[in-house]
Design a protein around this ligand. Structure first.
Ligand code: SAM
Ligand code: SF4
Length: 401
């Protein structure tokens, strides 16, 4: 039914430009308290450093030892935000440290940020605190310190346990070492452990894939993200993608891991027990406060983006009183939820959003006929084939808004 498979929600996002309502001063926009706090707000902290650059990656990051200014700047910004009535009245439900590799910061730096959050902001009782990490950066001492400081979820970028595959992706350390680190993380009580898996990388065989899946199952991880390797022009892994193998590998992962008790939470995530509240809340258009260098978010419909260069981030923090964001119309939340429904493997429930209802019904009939969706109570959910094509379906349906 489709020619091109879109693999990420970034490229499946259509522009929100028509919802932009101009520039807003952050201090003024958040100067009033709120009575309607749904208790689902999130915080995203971006740490733009890596100690080694992987051959496939074009994330917002640089190869360098972390700038020691970053953590104190984040701590200061937390205190500044906490002085605003809207933020004071907000209960945060999830925090996500992403990158880059957040664990390139020292344990002390990360703990100082977590402590500042606890000191200045309000959290729900079962708030989730996630740190994204590679296995090599997350030493035992560091994970102990982080768990003691309240981290209750690790998202570990393993990619593959296969040493040949690791080498082609320029990952540090062996697959066995990665396995042992994950096994050690499993020992913490009440700490969720998830990992990133890349499949369909150059040279990967069916047996290689089976071995990766067996190891995830043996570790009984709470969840794993599954990414088909995207061949970025800017990245250096360079080999045309094998499309037939792409679909075959995806279907094998879905089928085998269902048998191991995993279900799809998102188009690129299977879980058994991992609630991943950070992303689920964002799919429901929750506020997201961006902290750190190179972070994006949106609070009370004001979109914010922090500079990625630390020198510029320092001025951004310094000039808090002049900080500006982009005001979006409140209706944009409905578009976020529309896309969130698709990311969580269902057709959007809010059908009133379609401009052309007839075109939507035609598309829905085709999706049904092709076996990409199936009815469920209150709507339709994506089948495994539909999940494989999920970001492409999202793009096509978004074009009808
Ligand atoms: C912010 S990155 C990495 C986190 C951490 N620095 C690490 O490498 O373990 C999040 C995930 O995106 C995935 N990713 C990045 N580039 C990709 C690509 N070109 N194709 C597929 N997946 C990719 C990887 O699985 C990676 O772990
Ligand atoms: S995959 Fe992770 S460690 Fe590798 S370059 Fe990208 S952000 Fe850095």
């Amino acid at each position: 039914m489709f020619k091109e498979r879109i693999k990420t929600h970034h490229s499946a996002m259509s522009e929100g430009k028509k919802y932009v309502r101009g520039v807003a001063g952050v201090k003024e926009a958040l100067s009033e308290g709120r009575l309607d706090d749904p208790g689902n707000a999130t915080i995203y902290v971006h740490v733009p450093y890596c100690s080694k650059i992987c051959s496939f990656c074009n994330m917002r990051r640089t190869l360098q030892t972390p700038d020691r200014e970053l953590a104190p700047l984040i701590v200061r910004d937390i205190a500044q935000y906490a002085s605003l009535p809207y933020i004071r009245d907000t209960r945060f439900d999830a925090v996500y440290f992403g990158g880059g590799t957040p664990t390139t910061l020292s344990a002390e730096e990360l703990v100082s940020i977590l402590s500042a959050m606890r000191e200045h902001l309000h959290f729900t009782e079962d708030a989730e605190f996630t740190i994204e990490t590679t296995v090599t950066e997350l030493t035992q001492d560091k994970s102990d310190a982080l768990v003691a400081a309240g981290v209750n979820r690790f998202s570990v970028g393993v990619q593959t346990f296969d040493d040949r595959g690791r080498k082609s992706m320029n990952r540090t350390g062996t697959g066995d070492a990665a396995y042992k680190r994950l096994a050690a993380l499993r020992q913490y009580k009440d700490v969720t452990v998830s990992m990133d898996l890349i499949y369909n990388y150059p040279g990967q065989t069916d047996e290689d894939l089976e071995r990766d899946l067996d190891r995830i199952a043996a570790l009984s991880l709470d969840g794993f993200s599954l990414y088909s390797l995207i061949n970025m022009k800017e990245a250096s892994i360079g080999e045309a993608q094998n499309e037939e193998r792409d679909e075959r590998f995806f279907m094998r992962i879905a089928q085998k891991m269902r048998g191991e008790g995993y279900e799809f939470l998102e188009l690129t995530k299977m879980v058994k027990g991992d609630r991943y509240k950070y992303i689920m809340n964002r799919h429901r258009a929750a506020d997201t406060l961006p902290l750190g260098a190179g972070a994006g978010g949106s609070v009370d419909s004001v979109a914010l983006m922090t500079p990625v260069a630390v020198s510029e981030y320092a001025s951004y923090v310094e000039d808090f009183d002049q900080r500006q964001g982009m005001r979006f119309a409140k209706e944009y939340d409905e578009v976020t939820r529309f896309k969130g429904d698709l990311q969580t493997c269902r057709l959007p429930r809010n059908e009133a959003l379609y401009r052309d209802r007839e075109a939507y019904e035609k598309m829905r009939a085709s999706l049904l006929e092709e076996g990409l969706i199936e009815p469920e109570e209150g709507g339709y959910r994506l089948t495994d084939a539909g999940i494989f094509w999920g970001n492409t379906i999202s793009r096509k349906l978004s074009e009808l808004l």
